[in-house]
Every structure is written in structure tokens, then in C-alpha cells.
Design a binder for this molecule. Structure first.
Ligand code: AOF
Ligand code: ZN
Length: 367
């Protein structure tokens, strides 16, 4: 049976797992704590794919003290041999007496087999301690493993009267510096950022993560991992010298068909892929490439298309303290609805003041 100190040590493991928030991709963020006689004897978290899992780091710091210890881990220990060997076997070998996991691994290669292997070896096993918090840490990894799709956030910025840009298209600097810094955090945790050709031509964004102080905390500098930049560009109008291609990191351009412009874009370093790119197909392609969390940073048309297609999990709306008037552009281009019954339902998950702006996070109900 789980007790209150189980929850306390699992909180610590979750805290450690968060240290991998920007770096573990495409792997999940996982933390681990080893406790013997009421003392923490080992700790670890997964840092980068290809490197040791959380349990291995914790076992390495505990050494002989792991014998007879309880292992708290935010994800079921793995049973498969991927880039690293099975953690379940390492825990058995180290002589751990009890394993408390927050959740099963949704990876079909594991899916309960890690816990079964531990039980078979005579280890006491519990699963489900602080499970909601553990699931919230890896929404994209879970979604990709269970449904072959990423977790999708749409970032929007608007005035208090729900406008995003002037009718002319003039739009820059609606939100303040703190909100823009906050968007950097959204980018840093994302595997990919999706935008449209309209935004590329109008704003020339680089869509990169800039190294920032919050990435250099007490656990040392983490090299910045640039999310894949994805441009939906039906007629291949992206200029070869566009910042989305030229900036640090990779750029994928999804177009309707191969045209004469493709070789120049490939020459410039972009990958160009022709296809029939509905929002769902775009997301399936990104999941197949190992993308867990996807951020849509686009104009009203593309953001609206993703929402209308039922492909969005979260809206992150920054509300700037200004009124832009009725001729300015609306937040989202959604098909008009005739009946109240057809409305999109949102659930407010979080509100926060970010500098002079307000950040509102909404979950979308599946349609
Ligand atoms: C754990 N502890 O810290 C992590 C786990 O390619 P590999 O060897 O790194 O395996 C990746 C898979 O291992 C990943 O898809 C997930 O199922 C599991 N991740 N498991 O026991 C960890 N990161
Ligand atoms: Zn493992």
C-alpha cells in the first residue's frame, strides 16, 4: 500500500524528471529516487535519448546502498533493450527491495512487462502513485505511444477585444517582452513548431529557441535543442533565404506537389516533402518522426484549420492590455456556426499574469 512518504519521494522524483523537460526528446521525462532506511541514497533523471535512463543514474549514485532500497520512479522501469539495456534487470541485479512507479509505460515494447519482470524477481511493486502529475509531464510521449499522434498546443496572442493584427497585417509587438520570453519556454519543450507560409512571408520568424537564463540553472547548462520547424507551404513560396530555413536547427517544408522551387530550398538546407497535408496528416507525419509535443505558431487561418479539424489539445492565449478595434483581424478563422449546439467547448486550465499580459491556457474537448 502507498503511504504519505511514498508520495513525498515520488514528488521528488517528479521534480527531478522536470529537469529533462527540454532535452529528453523523443524519450519521456523520467525521474528516480532510491531510499533506504528513510534516507535518499540515490537520485537521477533521464537527460538525453541514447544516454542512461533515470534508474541507471540513481543506481550509479547509490552504489551498494541500493541493496534493500525502495525505488521511486515516475515511469515504469523498461523491460526492452533500446538504445540502453532494460532498467528492470538493473534494479533486480542491484537488489532493490521495492519499486514504486507513478504510471505504466505506454510504450508497447514495455506496457507492463517491466513491472511484471520486477514482480517475478520477488520485488514488491506498486504503480499509480501521483499518476496524474506523472502523466502531465509527458502528454506528448503518451499520446504518440497510444495514438500515433503528438500533443498539440496552439499559441495565440490577442487584444482584450480578441484581435490579433490590424487589417493591413501589421501585427508585431502585441504582447510584452515577458510574454515573448514565456513563448520561448513553450518552444523549448516542443519537438516541432508548425507555421504557415503566410506567417513566414509576413513576419519572417526564425522560430528558434534562444539560449536563456532559465536553461542554465543549478544543474548546469543544457545545450539548446532546436525544435523541428515545419512550414505548411502549398505552393512552395518560402524564400530560400528565409530565417526559418537559415536559422540553427532543421526545417521541413510540406507542400502540395514538387515544383521547380524545391531544389533551391533543399540546397538551402530545408527538407521538402510533397503530399496531401491535412492537419491530421501533418501530425501523423510528425509523430512518425518521434515528435511528442507540437506547437502551432501561425496566423488565424492555419490555427483555425487545426482547431476545426479537432487536432488541438491546448490553446495558450496571451491577452495584451489593448483594444484594436473592429476592423482588426480576429483571433481564429473558424467556419461559421449556425447553432449554439455546435460551439467549441473549452476548459480553463490555468491563468497567469505574464508581465503586462494575461496568459490563459485552455483544454479543448475532443470533437
Ligand atoms: C525508463 N527510464 O528514464 C526512460 C524510459 O532507446 P532507449 O533505450 O532510451 O529507450 C527509450 C524507451 O524507454 C522510451 O520509449 C520509454 O519507453 C522508455 N523510457 N524508461 O525505465 C527512463 N526514459
Ligand atoms: Zn529504462
Amino acid at each position: 500500500m502507498a503511504n504519505s512518504s511514498d508520495r513525498e519521494y515520488m514528488s521528488r522524483a517528479l521534480y527531478l524528471a522536470r529537469r529533462g523537460l527540454h532535452t529528453t526528446d523523443p524519450n519521456p521525462r523520467v525521474g528516480c529516487v532510491l531510499v533506504r532506511n528513510g534516507m535518499i541514497v540515490g537520485e537521477g533523471w533521464h537527460q538525453r535519448a541514447g544516454e542512461p535512463h533515470a534508474e541507471r543514474h540513481a543506481l550509479a549514485t547509490a552504489g551498494e546502498q541500493a541493496r534493500g532500497a525502495t525505488c521511486y520512479v515516475t515511469l515504469e522501469p523498461c523491460s526492452h533493450t533500446g538504445r540502453t539495456g532494460p532498467c528492470a534487470d538493473a534494479l533486480v541485479e542491484a537488489g532493490v527491495a521495492r519499486v514504486v512507479a507513478a504510471m505504466q509505460d505506454p510504450n508497447p515494447q514495455v506496457a507492463g512487462q517491466g513491472l511484471a519482470r520486477l514482480r517475478d524477481a520477488g520485488i514488491e511493486v506498486e504503480c499509480g502513485v501521483l499518476e496524474d502529475a506523472a502523466r502531465a509531464l509527458n502528454p506528448g510521449f503518451i499520446r504518440r505511444m497510444e495514438q500515433g499522434l503528438p500533443w498539440v498546443r496552439v499559441k495565440l496572442a490577442m487584444s482584450v477585444d480578441g484581435r490579433t493584427a490590424m487589417a493591413s497585417g501589421e501585427s508585431q509587438w502585441i504582447t510584452g517582452a515577458e510574454a515573448r520570453e514565456d513563448v520561448q519556454r513553450l518552444r523549448a519543450r516542443s519537438s516541432a513548431i508548425v507555421t504557415g507560409i503566410g506567417t513566414v512571408l509576413a513576419d519572417a520568424p526564425s522560430l528558434t529557441v534562444r539560449p536563456a537564463t532559465w536553461q542554465f540553472s543549478d544543474y548546469g547548462p543544457t545545450p539548446v535543442r532546436q525544435p523541428l520547424r515545419v512550414v505548411l507551404d502549398r505552393a512552395l513560396r518560402t524564400p530560400a533565404d528565409a530565417a526559418v530555413i537559415q536559422a540553427d536547427g532543421e526545417c521541413l517544408i510540406l507542400t502540395a506537389q514538387e515544383t521547380s522551387g524545391a531544389p533551391a530550398l533543399r540546397e538551402a538546407g530545408a527538407e521538402v516533402l510533397a503530399g496531401d497535408w491535412s492537419p491530421r496528416q501533418v501530425l501523423a507525419e510528425l509523430a512518425a518522426r518521434g515528435c511528442n509535443e507540437v506547437l502551432v505558431e501561425a496566423g488565424a487561418e492555419l490555427a483555425g484549420a487545426f482547431v476545426a479539424a479537432g487536432c488541438v489539445d491546448e490553446l495558450v492565449v496571451y491577452m495584451a492590455p489593448m483594444l484594436l478595434g473592429s476592423s482588426a483581424r480576429p483571433l481564429l478563422a473558424l467556419p461559421g456556426l449556425d447553432r449554439m449546439a455546435d460551439k467549441y467547448l473549452l476548459t480553463l486550465r490555468d491563468t497567469r499574469q505574464v508581465g503586462v499580459d494575461l496568459r490563459l491556457c485552455y483544454a479543448l474537448a475532443p470533437r
